[in-house]
Design a binder for this molecule. Structure first.
Ligand SMILES: [Fe+2]
Length: 199
């Protein structure tokens, strides 16, 4: 991704069909090539009219008080993040060291998963659920509306799930719960641990 104006999106880091059957190829094509691309295109269009903002990086733009800039910058950032924390089904396992950290913060892995699922299911309308690292190193589950990102209030995402209908509707229709529960099969735990330790 281009870190400055004009912004571009990262290519998908794997094939469109790699997440099947959890996320189908057509959903990935539309989600990456249409939705994600549109956030970058729209952001660039708005910045063309706001020359004073063209020098700002994506994280700054995500805090903009201009709604169009904030939402589209978040859309670019969040989706690049989302693709990076997924991998082919059942190919990634949580390491013992990550498990220890999760248990320290949530008592059990099951409790963590349940809280994350509830965050995704409880988000009314469009948004995201995140596992974040706070400034004092604790892990928390947070849900954000639209394309907001916890980074904007100082919390570092280490895992995120898009719960906009465009992320799951073709395959799961109204059953967001099935999509959220299936997500565990495609989490890239190596990436999550890397984000936890190095960001
Ligand atoms: Fe999305």
């Amino acid at each position: 991704m281009n870190k400055n104006f004009p912004f571009t999106i990262n290519p998908l880091p794997y094939g469109y069909d790699v997440l099947e059957p959890v996320i189908d190829k057509q959903t990935m094509e539309i989600h990456h090539d249409k939705h994600h691309q549109a956030y970058a295109d729209n952001l660039n269009k708005i910045l063309e009219q706001n020359a004073d903002k063209q020098k700002l990086g994506l994280e700054e733009l995500m805090k903009s008080d201009i709604a169009g800039i904030k939402n589209n910058a978040g859309g670019v950032y969040n989706h690049d993040f989302f693709w990076s924390v997924m991998t082919a089904p059942n190919t990634s396992k949580m390491s013992e060291s990550l498990k220890v950290v999760i248990e320290k913060n949530f008592e059990t892995v099951d409790e963590f998963m349940s809280k994350f699922e509830l965050g995704g299911l409880g988000r009314f309308g469009s948004g995201w659920v995140w596992l974040v690292k706070t400034t004092d190193g604790k892990l928390e589950i947070v849900s954000t509306a639209n394309q907001d990102n916890p980074l904007s209030d100082g919390r570092q995402p280490v895992l995120g799930l898009d719960v906009w209908e465009h992320a799951y509707y073709l395959k799961y229709q109204n059953k967001r719960v099935d999509y959220v529960k299936a997500f565990w099969q495609i989490v890239n735990w190596v990436k999550v641990e890397d984000l936890l330790n190095n960001s």
